[in-house]
Design a binder for this molecule. Structure first.
Ligand code: FAD
Ligand code: NAD
Length: 486
């Protein structure tokens, strides 16, 4: 860092937002060089993922999955007295995995990586490369990277905001388990949260305005998740949304505690018809997220802050050579691993530009964002998918061939006597390569990377035939899938 006469601190790279995307962008932009970087963060270093999203949600989901797996294997089943996790131990484990919302270890990591930290809320000033934090000016010589993440959307439904509903921050920080929960939405947050809330003993009703959960997934995968949630007692109201919400008394009790008295929800059909009334102890809004771009000073650059930032494959904001955006804030693939991937790309781009290299080669482009995004939904059963679904492949004009089958191999029978799983591939029939894959079942998350490698590597099917899965593993489903295409 250097300070000029006008009291402006100067770094090579300035990153706004210290979530997973921001941390990695700063690291990759200076690693192994003499360059300097600063991260400006107004909450906790580590971002949403570490304290309010991926880490607490997966910590809350693990114990129930392990208990169900043990109950599904004859040798261990007699030892399992309940498949419901111990509430206090589970919440304690969640607190451990979120470091009790203390970011000291992440700050130490920044220090070790040679990255400075400024606490505060940053704004762009309208001057190229200059940001402002609490009256302090910071200038970037090479680049400003926006990595401000996203915030939960709360739809404009009469009475909803006034009822102080839970968002993902509350449900991941759950301390008081509400007896009855009404969930708005049928996406990833809704499905995962319904799973751990029922593990914790809550009764859950989900209002899903469409006809399927997880609309971006293969329809058969969504149907299996719906079946799994119903088996846990979740009341799924497809084609319904909240019409009106009323809470007897709202209380400011803090995250994860019930925010007041009982809540009356009128449910309406998608066509506005009246469906039903519902009384719950808490409402969870899980209706998507929007990029955190408002209040960032984007309008000083003539950029509309209400729209996702328009970036190219170098993650460069259109028309501004010095400005980049990575992670949820650009809306391309709002997942931690994709934000970190974009951060690696942007770090390499900034380094190459600083050192005068041309941006030749795929290393400098976030190509996976377009057609190879992997995702795991940690419901029971789990859903693991990468690339295109049959529908998106057809919409892209690909001549599609598909195959799908139950996962029923020696490896799956061995891990659970009640194993139920399904797998499917989407093939580009002309090029004979896999463009999409989906697995549903216990622990399928660990099958996913093999599919990601096949999709990204565009491995021809007759070459893939020689990738022999070990016996007896669940991976033998690959052999069954390839045989079905023969
Ligand atoms: C409940 C839940 C579970 C999830 N589970 C998964 C999962 O299992 N796997 C997965 O891949 N993804 C998951 N996600 C998505 C994942 O959390 C996000 O994709 C990820 O956190 C995005 O990282 P980011 O760095 O872009 O933003 P964030 O993690 O949101 O970090 C942005 C940071 O910027 C800071 N900031 C914002 N504006 C400013 C400003 N003006 N000045 C200074 N600082 C600012 C914020 O305080 C924040 O710390 C989940 C999301 C939710 C809600
Ligand atoms: N395991 C994971 O990878 C994981 C886990 C949780 C969250 N995430 C990410 O976090 C982000 C947010 O997840 P999410 O579940 O909130 O969003 P989502 O986009 O997955 O689902 C939003 C749901 O809300 C519904 N909805 C939206 N507006 C509505 C309205 N006005 N009225 C009624 N219903 C409405 C949609 O129909 C959909 O069912 C996603 O990008 C997701 O991928 C990932």
């Amino acid at each position: 860092m250097s300070r000029s006469g006008d009291n402006t601190d100067t770094y090579d790279v300035v990153v706004i937002g210290g979530g997973p995307a921001g941390e990695n962008a700063a690291d990759y932009a200076i690693r192994g060089s003499g360059r300097t970087a600063v991260i400006i963060e107004d909450q906790l270093v580590g971002g949403e993922c570490s304290y309010w999203a991926c880490m607490p949600s997966k910590a809350l989901l693990g114990a129930g999955a392990v208990l169900e797996a043990a109950a599904g294997l004859p040798g261990s089943a007699p030892r399992v007295t309940s498949t419901r996790p111990d509430r206090d131990a589970l919440l304690g484990w969640r607190d451990t995995m979120t470091s009790h919302r203390d970011d000291a270890s992440q700050v130490r990591w920044l220090d070790g990586a040679g990255i400075d930290l400024v606490r505060g809320r940053a704004r762009l000033t309208g001057e190229d490369g200059v940001v402002e934090v609490d009256g302090r000016r910071i200038r970037a010589r090479e680049a400003v990277v926006l990595a401000t993440g996203s915030t939960a959307s709360i739809p404009d439904i009469p009475g909803l905001r006034d009822a102080a509903p839970w968002t993902s921050r509350d449900v991941t920080a759950v301390v008081e388990v509400p007896e009855r929960v009404g969930v708005l939405g049928g996406g990833v947050v809704a499905c995962e949260a319904a799973t751990w809330l029922t593990d914790l003993g809550a009764t859950v009703t989900m209002a899903v305005r469409g006809q399927a959960l997880l609309p971006a997934m293969e329809p058969w995968a969504s149907a299996m998740v719906a079946e799994g949630l119903r088996a846990r007692g979740v009341d799924l109201r497809f084609g319904e949304t909240f019409g009106h919400v009323q809470r007897v008394k709202t209380r400011d009790t803090g995250p994860g505690r019930v925010h007041g008295g009982p809540v009356r929800i009128s449910l309406t059909g998608a066509d506005g018809s009246r469906a039903d009334g519902l009384e719950v102890d808490e409402v969870l809004v899980a209706a998507g997220r929007r990029p955190a771009t408002v209040g960032l000073g984007l309008e000083t650059l003539g950029i509309d802050p209400t729209q996702p930032l328009d970036v190219d494959d170098h993650l460069n904001v259109a028309g501004r050579g010095w400005l980049y955006a990575v992670g949820d804030t650009n809306g391309r693939a709002p997942l931690t691993h994709m934000g970190k991937y974009q951060a690696r790309v942007v770090g390499d781009v900034i380094s190459a530009r600083a050192e005068g290299y041309r941006l030749d080669g795929p290393r400098y482009r976030a190509l996976a964002d377009h057609s190879a995004v992997p995702q795991v939904v940690f419901t029971r059963p789990e859903v693991a998918s990468v690339g295109m679904t049959e529908q998106t492949a057809r919409a892209a004009g690909i001549e599609v061939r598909t195959t799908e089958l139950d996962i029923a191999v020696a490896g799956s029978a061995l891990v659970r006597s009640d194993y139920r799983g399904h797998a499917g591939l989407v093939i580009d029939a002309l090029r004979e390569v896999i463009v999409g894959a989906t697995f549903v079942g216990p622990d399928v998350a660990e099958l996913l990377h093999s599919a990601t490698v096949a999709v990204v590597g565009e491995v021809p099917l007759d070459r893939l035939w020689h990738a022999v899965p070990a016996y007896p593993t669940v991976s033998e489903v690959w052999l069954r899938l390839l045989e079905s295409l023969h």
